[in-house]
Design a protein around this ligand. Structure first.
Ligand SMILES: Cc1cc2nc3c(=O)[nH]c(=O)nc-3n(C[C@H](O)[C@H](O)[C@H](O)COP(=O)(O)O)c2cc1C
Length: 308
């Protein structure tokens, strides 16, 4: 038997459920020489903001036993730079992977403004709103932690596009299911969980943080169990498609996310360390399904049986 990994999610055809997570695939072109992008289900671009962002001071990333910590500061060329230089490359070179653009803003209105600027560009098939970033108008509280700001962000993006919108939530939200519901009520088509979790790694010899910014976002293996639970909680609250991310390293990690209720998964940190890993996961998933008589990945999604 040969399993099919393909699925249609929000009208987009994914050849398999393995994507690259935002910020770890840049805008595709940067990876084209080291990664077989055409084998993947898709990727989420690095964040795009209205303005050019130069990002946080170096060092921006560091390893630790649980994975990685980063404070990149959402450095990006701004929406005009991405429109001029990055999206044309995606449109000209990529056929099979679906491409979602990750959007950030300093204030709620920025999200809709970025989406409006991008929406006619070839190469953009949907959006992922990174609401884990600070809202400068509200003293840095993250958009996703404030139901009013969250709804404003999503509504602003919704009126700017008919393409699919995923909203990416942080695992630190105490009521992640409720916030997912808020996002859906405001017009989101899907939810991505999880973003990085705040952390601090100290260089003890110098008594300083290892990152130039100080604290950062933790990603990698430490996030797997956190992400899988977040997917389950979101799945219990809303019925829209979920992209599961956090700590994926091997095929059973992908299967855990699917069983918890994700339709798609995204690989970040592990693909930075080994660019061949995401493609290997696609082949491993096909073999895993074949060996168990799973004909279609829909047979896995949301099939977790909770102990009674
Ligand atoms: C270096 C780096 C940059 C990231 N940049 C973004 C970003 O621009 N937007 C975003 O929503 N998430 C960003 N993330 C979070 C990832 O997309 C992902 O949600 C998180 O790393 C968990 O997955 P992982 O454990 O497989 O890395 C970034 C993560 C890393 C490691």
């Amino acid at each position: 038997m040969s399993s099919s990994l393909a699925s249609t999610v929000l009208g987009l055809q994914f050849q398999n459920p393995i994507l690259l997570a935002a910020g770890t695939a840049a805008y595709g072109r940067e990876l084209a020489d080291v990664m077989a992008l055409e084998e993947l289900g898709g990727f989420v671009t690095k964040a795009v903001s209205l303005e050019v962002r130069h990002g946080a001071p170096a060092p921006r990333v560091a390893d630790f036993a649980g994975g990685m910590i980063n404070a990149v500061g959402l450095a990006n060329p701004g929406v005009d730079g991405v429109l001029a230089n990055d999206l044309p490359w995606i449109a000209a070179h990529l056929r099979r992977p679906r491409v979602l653009v990750n959007v950030v803003g300093r204030e709620a209105a920025d999200f809709g403004a970025v989406v409006a600027r991008l929406d006619q560009a070839a190469g953009v098939e949907g959006y992922e709103l990174n609401v884990s970033c600070p809202n400068v108008k509200q003293g840095g509280l993250e958009f996703g932690a404030d139901p009013v700001a969250l709804a404003e962000v999503v509504r602003g993006a919704r009126v700017a596009t008919r393409k699919p919108i995923f909203v990416k939530l942080s695992p630190t939200l105490p009521q992640i299911g409720e916030m997912a519901q808020r996002a859906v009520d405001a017009g989101a088509d899907g939810i991505t969980v999880v973003n990085t979790i705040p952390g601090l790694v100290i260089d003890v010899e110098h008594r300083r943080p290892v990152l130039g910014f100080g604290s950062g976002g933790v990603s990698g293996p430490a996030l797997l169990a956190v992400g899988v639970l977040a997917v389950r909680r979101v799945r219990q609250s809303v019925s829209v498609p979920i992209i599961g991310a956090g700590g994926i390293q091997q095929v059973t990690d992908v299967v855990q996310y699917l069983m918890a209720g994700a339709s798609l998964t995204a690989v970040g940190t592990a693909g930075l360390a080994d660019p061949k890993l995401p493609g290997r996961l696609v082949r491993d998933l096909a073999r895993w399904c074949d060996a168990r008589g799973v004909a279609r990945i829909a047979e896995l999604i949301g099939t977790l049986e909770w102990p009674s």
